[in-house]
Design a protein around this ligand. Structure first.
Ligand SMILES: [Zn+2]
Length: 308
């Protein structure tokens, strides 16, 4: 809308909307975990935020609604279906295991565990009223913030983003799959919501610096062709996997002992450190030459103090 900016939706109303929609897109055929607050009757008409006029809709369903494929009555029916569920489907769970390309992060020790951070970009799982929610930011190759997801609420800033969700099935034991494309055919991020196994799987590719592609594949995390980490487990860290870009975070403490510039790490267990694995962007650009600690295999790091 144009003209004066509208007031923000009050937090108690937002919480009530999330709860009535059960923390996902209100369409029972969709249930996408990435959504925005949408007014059923336009705010420009009603000029107020009322809980009974707001629902959660994913980008796809919101586009369909704008194209008049979903009527107001249809949305009311969906809300009725959700409120009639005596045992609501558990889309999210408390403290799921995050599977980053065959590396496993459990967040049981923290309220909000960062599982990955690349320069400004990050991905972490936080807790929202006994339901986990997803947080992520994505920069395009020009260094512009293009997509942000905050507590599962998305904001699109630039580019043509394609966000698609295929619902999982308990009967067929298949996870829900969220796909975020950077353009036609260019899959940027794939997230599996596997409620049967209390697991969130993350796969994709990121550009922490020019010409540096970091790929989370099914069988490991790679910088270009170089394997960085496979079958490693990280638990109870503030930050599990971190790609440094010279940002001041933790820089005062110098190298992260033992896990600094880790390459070819396989089957390692890291417990209760401040940071699990650290990779530098410069190191990723030229991993062979700058590697100071290579071939880390089968090593367990427990209770290491890094700060303070
Ligand atoms: Zn939807």
């Amino acid at each position: 809308m144009t003209g004066q900016s509208r007031p923000k939706i009050p937090e108690p109303i937002k919480l009530a909307v999330r709860q009535k929609c059960r923390f996902a897109c209100v369409n029972p055929e969709c249930r996408c975990p990435i959504w925005d607050y949408e007014h059923i009757v336009d705010f420009a008409i009603v000029k107020e935020h009322r809980e009974d006029n707001i629902v959660l809709l994913c980008p796809t369903c919101n586009q369909a609604r704008k194209g008049s494929q979903f009527s107001r009555g249809r949305i009311a029916e969906w809300l009725q279906v959700l409120s009639n569920q005596t045992r609501p489907e558990r889309l999210f769970f408390d403290f799921p295991t995050v599977d980053l390309g065959g590396n496993f992060v459990t967040s049981a020790c923290t309220q909000s565990a960062y599982v990955f951070q690349i320069g400004h970009s990050y991905l972490h799982i936080s807790s929202d009223n006994m339901a986990s929610s997803i947080n992520a930011k994505f920069w395009n190759k020009n260094g512009e913030l293009s997509l942000a997801i905050e507590d599962s609420r998305y904001t699109i800033y630039t580019d043509v983003w394609d966000i698609n969700y295929i619902r999982g099935s308990k009967v067929k034991n298949t996870p829900g799959v969220l796909t975020i494309k950077n353009g036609p055919g260019d899959t940027f991020l794939e997230v599996e919501f596997d409620s049967n196994n209390n697991r969130i799987g993350v796969y994709g590719q990121f550009w922490p610096a020019d010409d540096c592609c970091l790929a989370i594949q099914r069988n490991g995390i790679y910088a270009g062709e170089t394997l960085l980490s496979r079958n490693c487990a990280v638990q109870g860290t503030a930050l599990a996997f971190w790609v440094r870009d010279g940002s001041p975070l933790y820089s005062a403490v110098g190298p992260i002992y033992g896990v600094y510039n880790v390459i070819n790490a396989e089957c390692c267990g890291i417990l209760k450190t401040t940071v699990g694995f650290v990779w530098d962007i410069a190191f990723l650009l030229d991993p062979k030459r700058r590697c100071t600690l290579g071939g880390l295999k089968g090593i367990g790091v427990i209770g290491q103090r890094i700060l303070g």
